[in-house]
Write a protein that binds this ligand. Structure first.
Ligand SMILES: [Mg+2]
Length: 417
């Protein structure tokens, strides 16, 4: 079997409301590039990458000459072809390779009549648990709904998500408001949902002193079953300093995202839990390999979300299904989306879990009408600046940050749709 064609289509899919984070905002939508790899046997495999637009589509098209005539089963060879470590200094294609790897695994699964999880060693679990992934949100300017800013709104939001999806693990994305305010928010969630599991992620914008202060208070919260504190500061050395001074485990999806950093962390431990992202690491197989290293050194592992539609979510499910040391619920932004581009609509949560697809390949198919609809929406709206807040133009966090958003600010950003 040989690869004969490659297509890339950038789409934008609306979110329930703009998601605020430490470095900016998701402006009410996600932008993703859907990749289709076609073989001479007519099998089409699906991939997905974050971001997009003309430059992403052009970058994928430029890879066509690398892929044409290649066997999609030769994934290691393709890795070196596309991600040559020295060439990558000039042109890092790790995330693009991830999308191509997803598509090739999808092709192989369809050809061999097995789900991707069977290619990766076989399912250890049929369902993957997910955390609630709470964000501070602006209201949607079209409906005036969806705001999460006050403690009352946050508690109401977690109740709503529990009711709808059944989550029992909860992640709060912070780093938006002053740390004292966010601590109160976090504490209120813990009191509301006593003995459920919690994690907090300020996306690396705190000082080490703030992280130690927060971590020590969290260490002593008797009502909190705390999974970990995620990226309280940026950098392995900062994380190591925090880890020396608090008892709560530290997790990261920012400072251990490749094997060099993983090795550095094993030689001089800075984080306890590695959040594996099928895009950041360059594919599902790289994540399985990294999980094996973590298993050897008895570090915790979870599945990271970089803002997925159904194709990437399928990669996260197959990954979650096959790693023995998945000791925490996975993260997904997925429930903040209003729709998807896959057949049958969004994958369903049940009791806080999503079933691992069992159809051959990734187990998801493109809904062509939805793809066209959201491609058109992308063409109309274009990209958005992930690292900008619509109501704080020009603001950027310094590291450590000391210019927080005001939790009393009730404004709603006008974002056109
Ligand atoms: Mg994170």
């Amino acid at each position: 079997m040989k690869i004969v064609d490659l297509k890339a289509t950038t789409v934008t899919v609306p979110l329930e409301a703009p998601l605020r984070h430490a470095n900016g905002c998701h402006w009410g939508r996600f932008v993703r590039t859907i990749v289709e790899v076609e073989t001479d046997e007519g099998i089409v495999g699906l991939g997905e990458m974050g971001g997009g637009g003309e430059s992403a589509e052009a970058a994928f098209h430029a890879l066509k000459s690398y892929l044409t005539g290649r066997d999609p089963a030769r994934l290691e060879e393709l890795r070196f072809l596309i991600c040559n470590p020295t060439a990558s200094l000039y042109n890092n294609r790790t995330q693009m390779f991830a999308a191509i790897e997803f598509a090739c695994l999808d092709i192989l699964g369809q050809k061999w009549g097995v789900p991707v999880s069977e290619i990766l060693g076989g399912r250890l679990r049929d369902r993957v648990p997910f955390a609630s992934y709470l964000f501070f949100r602006y209201a949607d300017s079209r409906t005036g709904k969806g705001e999460v800013r006050t403690i009352e709104q946050l508690v109401e939001e977690v109740r709503r998500l529990k009711e709808l999806y059944g989550f029992t693990s909860h992640k709060l994305k912070g780093g938006v408001f002053p740390p004292e305010y966010e601590l109160e928010c976090y504490r209120s969630l813990a009191i509301e949902l006593e003995w459920e599991r919690f994690r907090f992620d300020p996306n690396g914008v705190w000082s080490t002193e703030t992280a130690i202060w927060f971590g020590r208070l969290v260490d002593n919260m008797w009502e909190l079953r705390h999974d970990y504190l995620e990226d309280p500061v940026f950098g392995l050395n900062g994380m190591r300093r925090v880890r020396e001074k608090i008892r709560t485990p530290l997790a990261t999806n920012t400072v251990v995202v490749n094997f060099e950093q993983l090795a550095a962390n094993m030689l001089d431990t800075a984080v306890d839990v590695v959040l594996l992202d099928t895009t950041f690491w360059g594919g599902i197989r790289a994540c399985v390999k990294a999980a094996g290293v973590c298993e050897t050194f008895q570090l915790g592992v979870a599945v990271h979300s970089s803002g997925e539609l159904g194709i990437q979510l399928a990669t996260m499910l197959h990954l979650g299904a096959v790693i023995p040391n998945l000791s925490f619920a996975a993260d997904a932004h997925y429930h903040h989306l209003t729709d998807d581009v896959i057949e049958g609509g969004k994958l369903k949560y049940e009791n806080g879990e999503i079933a691992v697809p069992t159809a051959p390949g990734l187990g998801v198919k493109l809904d062509r009408d939805k793809l066209a609809e959201y491609r058109e929406l992308y063409q109309r709206l274009g990209s958005y600046p992930y690292d900008q807040d619509p109501l704080r133009p020009g603001w950027t966090p310094t590291i450590p940050n000391d210019r927080w958003a005001d939790p009393k600010d009730t404004r709603v950003p006008e974002i056109s749709f």
